[in-house]
Write a protein of this length. Structure first.
Length: 212
């Protein structure tokens, strides 16, 4: 196992990498994708040997000032992972998180893009994305954890290709892709319902919920 060296921040200023510091990673997502965000958190903890501080808004405790919690998490992170699952959702707050992170200017941001979306949204259009299919998710996890391509050369888990982690990696890829696929199914189902309700059968004009 290669010992990972990670970054720390102090007062918004990047400090020299230290081996006892932990990599900060922020998962930006719509509230509709809570399950997906938590799944990615859990899988990164397993594959990264619990050496990553992962920030997801679902961890905010009651009584905590949530805006400050999110701002602190963004400032403490070197990587932001943007989960873009469905173009029809309201992305105002995730775009705000992205803007804060880019404004701090201390790390890299990447986008996992659902397979039925042709291009990333405007704020992410200039950066390469990972498609949320089997090859794309596997590439994201491998480049993040084993190849150091998102961490300026710092390798988090050099054993990712070995037998034990290979099984864990396969499972992580499968489960993450399944949740992205589920987001696509919900979108299609919603669109079909709208189509049906908008065209009631003769005699049902006064009963708009019949087709549901």
């Amino acid at each position: 196992m290669v010992a990972a060296k990670h970054w720390i921040t102090l007062g918004g200023v990047s400090m020299t990498p230290k081996s006892d510091a932990r990599l900060g990673l922020f998962v930006s997502h719509s509230h509709n994708n809570r399950e997906l965000a938590l799944k990615i958190r859990d899988k990164l903890q397993i594959l990264g040997n619990n050496s990553i501080d992962i920030h997801v808004s679902e961890e905010i405790s009651g009584g905590v000032e949530w805006r400050e919690w999110i701002s602190a998490g963004l400032r403490q992170s070197k990587i932001l992972v943007f989960l873009y699952t469905d173009e029809s959702l309201n992305w105002a707050w995730p775009f705000y998180e992205l803007g804060v992170f880019v404004g701090v200017g201390l790390g890299k941001h990447v986008c996992l893009l659902n397979t039925d979306i042709s291009a990333p949204p405007g704020p992410l259009s200039e950066w390469q994305v990972y498609k949320a299919d089997e090859p794309g998710v596997r590439k994201f996890l491998t480049e993040l954890l084993a190849e150091g391509l998102l961490t300026d050369g710092v390798v988090i888990n050099a054993d990712l290709s070995r037998e034990h982690y290979r099984a864990e990696l396969d499972q992580a890829v499968n489960e993450i892709c399944t949740l992205f696929a589920r987001a696509r199914v919900k979108q299609v189902y919603h669109e079909n319902r709208i189509s049906i309700v908008s065209q009631p059968k003769p005699g049902n004009e006064l009963c708009p919920f019949t087709a549901r």
